[in-house]
Design a protein around this ligand. Structure first.
Ligand code: LLP
Length: 416
């Protein structure tokens, strides 16, 4: 069995750092998300070391747990947010407003106002209509807004259609052909300081070429803007750095830097990035227990206590995530199982046709669950969301308690 860096085996039992997953399961119950502090820090440093001068704005949506944000704030992270909720989270975790970049196509007036009051680093503006609203709100609040326009370069990132964002059919950004006009308009607005240009072409990219195509498109625009007297001081190339879930090729950040940096040389523009998945994706797993084994016709099922509400990526994107035995049983027969949850949907599977040696009661770990896992979890089927744990050396900390059932209907009421 090929194990990724997050877990290692000691006498057949799986560990995260110095904590045995079977012990964690026995102590905290299942399902639970388990993150490794050391792995998050390692991933962060790997990106920063490859790009020592780049400003890394962690994409909070990938994993917004306060403990994760705090670990990254301690590494000197900036933060890319897409909602008021994410903004407040970053502040609670110890991030500062000047370290926040605000992305997203649908920022509400109250969200913009709060960000203006706090004086965030930059608004990544996604439409002309948003520019107008931002300028009006800045004027009303007697503030100035630092602005970057998210340009849609119409580049195919070669990723799953649901997570591709840089094609002109996507809702994101301002079309490259309208961008020059949008910049001129922004420059003329009284309360905006135009300072940047940005793009984010998609997530889980495994090729560097689409970044180069997007960069060239943005640089051509930067040259045109200079002719218009608009100086761009930073270029933000978004996130999207893919990780290896199965047999994808994960490019090294150093390779990426070697391809990108020469094109920025001599331009006097700072590079900003918004990595999410590459920071946390392989730093977490979903720990779950096998409740039943069953057979329908020729098909074998392992019914586990985690479900699509805990990890929706397989159902939503047909995503493949490795599933491993936490302590392989010596007596169980090796079989191909569909690993399914208790939710009443046929899309409720975490893996199909997985070769496993399991018995009822055994624990399994779904790897690659550090990003877009808890953050996309729901209470479907009135299932309480699982707890989040962070391993730090030989200690496991509860960084979000398992939800209490009563909390699931606490905000509801019945008619009088
Ligand atoms: N910046 C912006 C503006 C974004 O929209 C995103 C992700 C990122 C940065 C971070 O991208 P990353 O480095 O994590 O690829 N739920 C999907 C992924 C959705 C990504 C949305 N935007 C999944 O589970 O695969």
């Amino acid at each position: 069995m090929n194990l990724p860096a997050l877990v290692h085996s000691r006498d057949g039992a799986l560990f995260v750092e110095d904590c045995a997953l079977a012990d964690i399961a026995a102590q905290f119950g299942t399902p639970s998300y388990v993150y490794s502090r050391a792995r998050i820090e390692h991933n962060w440093r790997e990106i920063q070391d490859a790009l020592p001068h780049a400003r890394l704005c962690y994409a909070v949506k990938a994993n917004c747990n306060l403990a994760v944000l705090k670990v990254l704030a301690q590494q000197g992270a900036y933060f890319d947010i897409v909602s008021l909720g994410e903004l407040e989270r970053v502040l609670v975790a110890g991030g500062r407003a000047e370290q926040i970049v605000f992305s997203g196509v649908g920022k509400r007036a109250d969200e913009i106002t709060r960000a203006l009051e706090l004086g965030i680093a930059c608004f990544n503006v996604e439409s002309e209509a948003e520019l107008v609203v931002l300028n009006r709100l800045a004027a009303e609040n007697d503030r100035r807004a630092k602005v970057s326009l998210r340009v849609n370069p119409d580049v195919d990132a070669g990723t799953h259609p649901y997570i591709s964002t840089g094609l002109k059919d996507n809702k994101f950004g301002i079309g490259v052909e309208q961008a020059r006009t949008a910049y001129r308009d922004a420059q003329a607005m009284s309360h905006l300081d135009v300072c940047g240009i940005d793009c984010h072409i998609g997530s889980q990219l495994t090729q560097i070429e689409p970044y180069l195509a997007a960069l060239d498109c943005l640089l051509a625009l930067v040259d045109e803007l200079r002719q218009d007297g608009i100086d761009i001081s930073h270029i933000d190339l978004g996130g999207g750095f893919g990780i290896q879930y199965q047999d994808e090729q994960q490019f090294a950040m150093r390779e990426w830097a070697d391809a990108i940096m020469p094109r920025l040389e001599g331009r006097g523009m700072a590079l900003w990035l918004e990595p999410g998945r590459r920071v946390v994706g392989d730093a977490g797993l979903l720990l779950t227990q096998v409740h039943y084994l069953k057979q329908n016709g020729d098909k074998h099922f392992a019914v586990i206590d985690a479900a699509m509400n805990d990890l929706i990526r397989p159902a939503l994107y047909s995503a493949w995530q490795q599933i491993v035995e936490v302590a392989p049983s010596s007596t169980a027969v090796l079989r191909d199982y569909d690993v399914v949850g208790p939710v009443c949907e046929s899309a409720d599977f975490l893996g199909k046709s997985r070769s496993l040696r399991v018995e009822q009661g055994d624990y399994l770990a779904v790897l690659g669950s550090g990003a877009y896992a808890f953050g996309m979890a729901s209470n479907y089927n009135t299932r309480a969301r699982a707890c989040e744990l962070m391993v730090d050396g030989a200690q496991t900390h509860v960084v979000r308690r398992r939800e209490a059932l009563e909390s699931l209907w606490a905000l509801e009421s019945v008619l009088p």
